[in-house]
Each structure stands twice: as C-alpha cells, then as structure tokens.
Design a protein around this ligand. Sequence first.
Ligand SMILES: [Zn+2]
Length: 192
Amino acid sequence: MSAIMPGATMPGRMAHLATIASDCYNRSMNGQPPVFIVDVMLGKLARWLRLLGLDALYVRRRKPEELRAVATSPGILVTRDHHLTTGRKYPGPVILIESTNWQQQIPEFLAKSGCRPFVRPFTRCPTCNGLLAEQPATAVEGKVPRFVAARHRRFCRCTVCGQIYWPGSHQRRVREMLRQWGLADTLPRNRT
Ligand SMILES: [Zn+2]
C-alpha cells in the first residue's frame, strides 16, 4: 500500500494523494465510509474530524505495530510523524499533516484526503467517536438542566458513551469555523 514520502517530488506526492483520495471514494462506493486512525500528535484534529462526522479513531500509540493492532479495518493513518511515511512502516495509506496549527490542519486534511463529500457535521460524538442519534425532549428529561430542556426541542445522544448534545454556543462556534473552512454547505439547518 502507498504512503506519502516527505522527500518525494511533487508528481510522486500527488500520485500518493490521488491514491488515498480514490481509496476514500472506493470504500464509500462499497458502503464503507473511510476510517481514519489519528495518531497521538493530532488529538485536536481527531476531535474536529469527529465534529465533521468523519470516523476518526484516536490512538495514543506511536509504533507501527501498535497502530496496526488498533485498526479494525484498513484504516488511513493521519500523522505528523515523517518516520511513519518512510520505509513503508505502516501497511495502509498515510496522510502526513505538515501544519502545526490546528485551524490549518483541517483544510490540509480535506485537500489531502479527498473526503470532503463525506463531511456530515454533528453526527458523531467528538469525545468517543460514537454515532449520534436524535432524541425527543421527553427522552432526556432529568438528564439535562431544566433551562436547557425548556429552551430546546431537539437533542442527540451518543450511542456509545450516552453523552447528550443540544444546539448551543459551542455549536455556534463550530458552525463559524466550518464556514471559515468553506464547509457551510455541509451544515444542517440550525434548529433549536
Ligand atoms: Zn460518545
């Protein structure tokens, strides 16, 4: 399988990127959305990928054999570690993130992965990566503060960790960031 070689010429790098992007599309065509394995150096990016609705496992391990062990399916490794992109140390495709600024890492990731068509904001739990399921207000009575229950009608609950989410100031900030990244068209309608 391919990896992005940091010292490669531009055509070579582009070929690798094209391979990764086509891998994303192929897996989607098979009904399998891409799975990203985000390494320990990119915790904030992993959280943002989840906010975008992308399947992002965050692993606190560094060695290639440890990364392989946590991959339940052929995952696309997302890393800042150049060593993991050389010598085919990781068996699957690798996306090397070069920016150190998280606000620039998202556009860099989207450009290199070709996964913008799969962005579905607010469909995954940013904490644990579980899928979110809509819940009526009656289902969360007693589980959220009263003023929240009185103000909102729609809630989501993480199907894995049980965390309950609702539109609030945090979501407004996320929406603003997505607009800055040119992802406004992916946003669901603002609902209370
Ligand atoms: Zn969760």
